[in-house]
Design a protein around this ligand. Structure first.
Ligand code: HAM
Length: 413
């Protein structure tokens, strides 16, 4: 019988990769704590209706990409394709916004979308999701972009670009939408079949369709900035000014419309030139109407999510694959070494050292091979001579230098 493999688009994070994952997650927690964020861990499944009402029924995510099932009680439930909807639901359910200050929350974890897998695109992927509630001002837009930029820069990622747009508000967006629809209606036959449908349901998405013919058609489309109402224009200009004031490079991209329906005003993405076609490392924006639409209070909000797999791909390209091994490998060369070695190894570990060991005695050659395979920096050799003298040999596997250290004095290691 052939061995079973993981589901397509679902990936094991192997032990040699896990250190880098932890490094990225720890960096995220460090930066978020400096910006005064708290962690919220919503469940990975929610009622299907939550995603339909937030992401939008006519989006690719809801139409084609959700893992939806009926549970044994007959309820329709969905593996979360993103975190914002669950964060808003939890905020409202637990009144987390009460207290008079902005509520700043983040979550880290797996998301699920039934997309065509390729480099940087999986069906189970991980996001760092960050949200600020109850702050309508442009400085929280700028702050969250600065936060994202700090996180990526402190990981050492080069070649990043920040692109921004404003999608307007319920006052000015319908005007733009009508103008865009009128413009596209004359070109309907030239649009791809998906965009012909989008024209009715979600015309703004035609602007960022990947198909070359659609891109050619929208080149001359009316630009959103001509339609921003004074309040939206003022808000967006203040965001750009705050970013410029901090010396943060950014570009305006009027084709940036994002794939989720809840956005208002500022939207943004951080892209990398080193990722190929899946170049978006992170994306987000303001969603001032969503809390109210979900039956909660009228709270402005802004957030983003960063794709951890894409960050890991870039870090691997940058650093190669160093994955440091243990500080020591304890090589037991005689069965009598087992008990004294057991005590020594535990003592070294309680001193904070990382120690690998196999609890069976073997020949020196085979143990050195194992130490090498484990990637250990040093090997501790414990054979009959060492037991008799009470001094074990410790060899540095890189420099080949060897010293003798007392078996019963772990503090000297
Ligand atoms: P999103 O643009 O759909 O936004 O996803 C954010 C990031 O998740 C993307 O930029 C990408 O790095 C990563 N990502 C998305 N899909 C995949 C995939 N199939 N495989 C690997 N990585 C992927 C959101 O999810 C919004 N909830 C962001 C947000 C938060 N807006 C406001 N608050």
């Amino acid at each position: 019988m052939p061995a079973l493999t993981a589901i397509r688009g679902f990936k094991d994070i192997l032990p040699k990769e896990a250190d880098l994952w932890r490094e990225v997650e720890e960096k995220a927690r460090q930066v978020l704590s400096r910006f005064d964020f708290s962690e919220l861990r919503p469940p990975i499944m929610e009622r299907t209706e939550l995603f339909q009402r937030t992401i939008g029924a006519a989006t690719d995510i809801v139409e084609k990409e959700m893992y939806t099932m009926e549970d044994r009680g007959g309820d329709l439930i969905t593996l979360r394709p993103e975190a914002t909807a669950g964060m808003v639901r939890a905020l409202i359910e637990h009144n987390l916004h009460e207290g008079g200050r902005a509520t700043k929350l983040f979550c880290l974890g797996p998301m699920f979308r039934y997309e065509r897998p390729q480099k940087g695109r999986l069906r189970q992927f991980h996001q760092l999701d960050v949200e600020i509630f109850s702050d309508a001002g442009p400085h929280s837009d700028a702050e969250i972009i600065v936060l994202l930029r700090s996180f990526l820069a402190e990981l050492g990622l080069p070649n990043l670009s920040i692109v921004l747009n404003s999608l307007g508000c319920p006052t000015c967006r319908p005007l733009y939408r009508d103008n865009l629809v009128a413009f596209l209606a004359n070109r309907k036959n030239k649009l791809c079949p998906d965009c012909q449908r989008r024209l009715e349901l979600n015309p703004l998405r035609v602007l960022d369709c990947k198909s070359e013919t659609c891109q050619a058609e929208v080149k001359a489309a009316p630009s959103f900035s001509q339609f921003w109402c004074p309040a939206c224009r003022e808000h967006f200009e203040a965001v750009l000014q705050a970013l410029t004031g901090l010396g943060l490079d950014h570009q305006l991209d009027e084709r940036l419309v994002r794939g989720l329906d809840y956005y208002t005003r500022t939207t943004f993405e951080v892209r990398s030139g080193d990722l190929g076609s899946q170049s978006a490392l992170a994306g987000g924006g303001r969603y001032d109407g969503l809390c109210r639409e979900l039956g909660g209070p009228d709270l402005p909000a802004i957030g983003f999510a960063a794709g951890l797999e894409r960050i890991i791909i870039l870090l691997n390209q940058l650093k190669g694959d160093p994955a440091p091994g243990p500080d020591y490998y304890a090589a037991l060369l005689t069965p009598e070494a087992l008990s004294p070695a057991f005590a020594l190894v535990q003592a070294l570990r309680s001193q904070g050292l990382r120690v690998a060991v196999d609890w069976e005695a073997g020949g020196l050659k085979s143990r050195l091979k194992r130490a090498d395979k484990a990637g250990a920096a040093k090997v501790i050799m414990i054979g009959p001579d060492e037991l008799a003298s009470g001094l074990v040999k410790v060899r540095d596997l890189r420099t080949k230098e060897q010293v003798s250290l007392p078996l019963n004095k772990p503090e000297e290691f």
